[in-house]
Write a protein that binds this ligand. Structure first.
Ligand code: A3P
Length: 305
């Protein structure tokens, strides 16, 4: 908390950023900030107030970010923003400054930590510097899935979005492969090159500030993953096994909160398209080296194919 206030004070004074870690480029200064008399909070008569987030779920897109924030919200000491805020990655939002960001936050009780999730942050190169500048002590959650599976999930999302808008869509194999080789121009592939994006984050924030949630494990058995999240955030253990039940129809775990049961929206957990085994194999091979680099970078391995 003290560090957060200090960070805000630094902004209010319009001082140049003093990064705690080596920074590649200084970049432009932060846009209009909170006033010097403002400590970064706005209050409500019922004792709740808006505060800048102490926790941000930075991605990855299709990693299971919605499931993670919903599961984290089971904890009474967490207040979660409902919508994706896109403050640090969308210029039109960022230019509105921290007061606007603050206004997007949920009302929280004094004992609560605020969390927002914007999955696009992880792959946006300007975001790590900006988040560090706001609060060098921020805690980040990054949920990752097998990179190949993530690409298929990414394609599926775009496919349904286009379908809804009656737009044309290309079959998966023609976006994945060009002239017999993996199509490096396909954006979804780049988003799954985790080590490239991670390198950028680690220039601004230490590994100790970033907890990686195993998205494949969160699907398979969410409770153990959530215990690790609670520990990382130094939250009193509160989420328990009875908060989760497997819904056979959906094929995923759903949540039970004070007797109320709910599953994620139908847009989460959709079937992925069938991909010819030879192309799938090529994809696995394509990610083999980048995955190794990622494991070395973060000092941890994942059970990816
Ligand atoms: P698919 O729809 O491809 O299966 P995000 O919220 O970041 O967009 O991630 C969506 C993914 O969350 C889904 O991808 C799904 O696999 C995963 N997920 C994890 N836990 C889930 C749960 N309990 N219910 C539904 N989807 C879940």
């Amino acid at each position: 908390m003290a560090a957060l206030l200090l960070g805000l004070l630094l902004f209010a004074m319009q001082s140049p950023p003093i990064p705690s870690r080596p920074v590649v480029d200084g970049g432009p200064p932060f846009p209009p900030t909170l006033s010097p008399t403002d400590n970064g909070t706005t209050s409500h008569p019922n004792g709740t107030f808006q505060q800048l987030p102490q926790i941000i779920i930075i991605g990855v897109r299709k990693g299971g970010t919605r499931a993670l924030i919903e599961m984290l919200s089971l904890h009474s000491a967490v207040a979660a923003a409902q919508n994706e805020v896109h403050f640090f990655d969308w210029e039109s939002h960022f230019q509105k400054g921290l007061p606007w960001y603050l206004s997007q936050m949920p009302y929280a009780f004094p004992n609560q930590l605020t969390v927002e999730k914007t999955p696009a942050y992880f792959t946006s190169s300007k975001v790590p510097r900006r988040i560090h500048q706001m609060n060098p002590d921020i805690k980040l959650l990054l949920i990752l899935r097998d990179p190949t599976e993530r690409v298929l999930s990414d394609y599926t999302q775009v496919f349904y979005n286009r379908l809804q808008k009656h737009k044309r869509y290309q079959p998966i194999e023609s976006v994945l492969v060009k002239d017999g080789e993996i199509n490096l121009g396909y954006k979804a592939l780049n988003r799954s090159l985790y080590y490239i994006h991670m390198q950028n984050w680690l220039q601004y924030l230490p590994m100790e500030s970033i907890h990686i949630v195993d998205g494949d494990e969160l699907i398979r058995d969410p409770f153990p993953e959530m215990i690790k999240v609670e520990r990382f955030l130094k939250l009193e253990p509160q989420i328990n096994a009875s908060n989760f039940y497997f819904n056979k129809t959906k094929g995923f775990y759903c949540l039970r909160d004070h007797g109320r049961e709910r599953c994620l929206h139908d847009s989460k957990g959709r079937a992925h398209p069938h991909v010819a085994p030879a192309i799938l194999q090529k994809l696995y091979q394509f990610f083999h080296e980048p995955n190794k680099k990622f494991f070395e970078l973060v000092g941890r391995t994942f059970n990816w194919k």
